[in-house]
Design a binder for this molecule. Structure first.
Ligand code: HEC
Ligand code: HEC
Ligand code: HEC
Length: 226
């Protein structure tokens, strides 16, 4: 850990960090169970979850108006007073993922100015610019985890220590865990861009070194006893 990072960590009250109930968000993916509803798998509906699994039906309209989104009560008058996402997001930077807004760019372009503290509007985020490279043993490009776009919105305690031990390489992460809503998947697929066949390179962004070779599997190493 270098000095600046340690200073930030201390300033952020690492030792006494409050762990927000973020991990609870991973608990449930709103997929209706076939057993409960008697529906066939083809009718299973996913909302906001990772749609990487091609057997799961994609959401028809990711930015439906509140009275059509299946969440708000269309009978309630107040629902119709809410601003529809399509009106709110007009002219904003777009991505092919999630609700189609590039939130990182929207924040950096000053289009939004989210309040960092629920109570005190003057609290500034504690932004830390530190990239963590996670070399991947498979042939896909390596993963770069950028602290900057995360700490612009999130507190250190949203991730440390409950989701990730704050030490490079100390956490075991793999795609199955992510797709099941653990590790990066606590947020990615729910409140941050999801895992789709087109979003791989947002995380897998560092090309393999030119001399990279797949690691030998144990089975391919010669048996020294023979
Ligand atoms: C969105 C989740 C997230 C947030 C928020 C976050 N971190 Fe991290 N942090 C990570 C991940 C992932 C790693 C890499 C862990 C690994 O490689 O196993 C990491 C690693 C670290 C490391 C280890 C660096 C090293 O070289 O060993 C430190 C220190 C750290 N974070 C401090 C912070 C501080 C301070 C904040 C708040 C300003 C913060 N983190 C916010 C996810 C996060
Ligand atoms: C939200 C970030 C993120 C996205 C999006 C993402 N990955 Fe990953 N992926 C990771 C992380 C983190 C690891 C673990 C790296 C390590 O070994 O530390 C990983 C690991 C892998 C591995 C190694 C085997 C394993 O399961 O750990 C493969 C293969 C892989 N990803 C493929 C993909 C493909 C294909 C996509 C797109 C469909 C994708 N990833 C999208 C973050 C992501
Ligand atoms: C606590 C929630 C949380 C966790 C855990 C988390 N992220 Fe994110 N991540 C976000 C949010 C929020 C954004 C910004 C919104 C968006 O891009 O959808 C973001 C954005 C990103 C970006 C996009 C940066 C850009 O410039 O567009 C990358 C890359 C990324 N995350 C990778 C990861 C990886 C890899 C992991 C796991 C090691 C991870 N994230 C874990 C919440 C999280």
């Amino acid at each position: 850990m270098n000095k600046t990072i340690r200073k930030i960590a201390v300033a952020a009250g690492f030792a006494a960090a409050v762990v927000l109930p973020l991990s609870g968000m991973a608990a449930e993916v709103p997929v209706s169970s076939a057993e409960v509803t008697g529906s066939t798998p083809a009718q299973l509906k996913v909302s906001n979850a990772n749609v990487f699994n091609r057997l799961l039906k994609k959401e028809k309209d990711p930015n439906a108006a509140p009275w059509e989104d299946g969440i708000h009560d269309p009978e309630n008058e107040a629902t119709h007073a809410l601003q529809p996402p399509k009106v709110a997001y007009e002219g904003w930077p777009r991505t092919p993922f999630g609700n189609h807004v590039d939130w990182v760019k929207a924040l950096n372009d000053g289009l939004i100015n989210p309040r960092y503290d629920r109570v005190d509007p003057t609290v500034e985020p504690l932004v830390m610019d530190l990239d963590i490279v996670r070399p991947v043993r498979a042939s896909v490009p390596d993963v770069v985890f950028p602290h900057k776009p995360h700490t612009q919105w999130l507190h250190c305690s949203n991730c440390h220590p409950k989701i990730f031990i704050p030490q490079k390489g100390a956490n075991q992460i793999n795609m199955s865990a992510i797709l099941l809503g653990k590790k990066c998947g606590v947020c990615h697929g729910k409140v941050a861009f999801p895992i789709t066949t087109k979003s791989c390179k947002k995380c897998h962004s560092k090309p393999k070194p030119a001399d990279w070779k797949p690691p030998l599997s144990e089975a391919s190493v010669k048996n020294p006893w023979r």
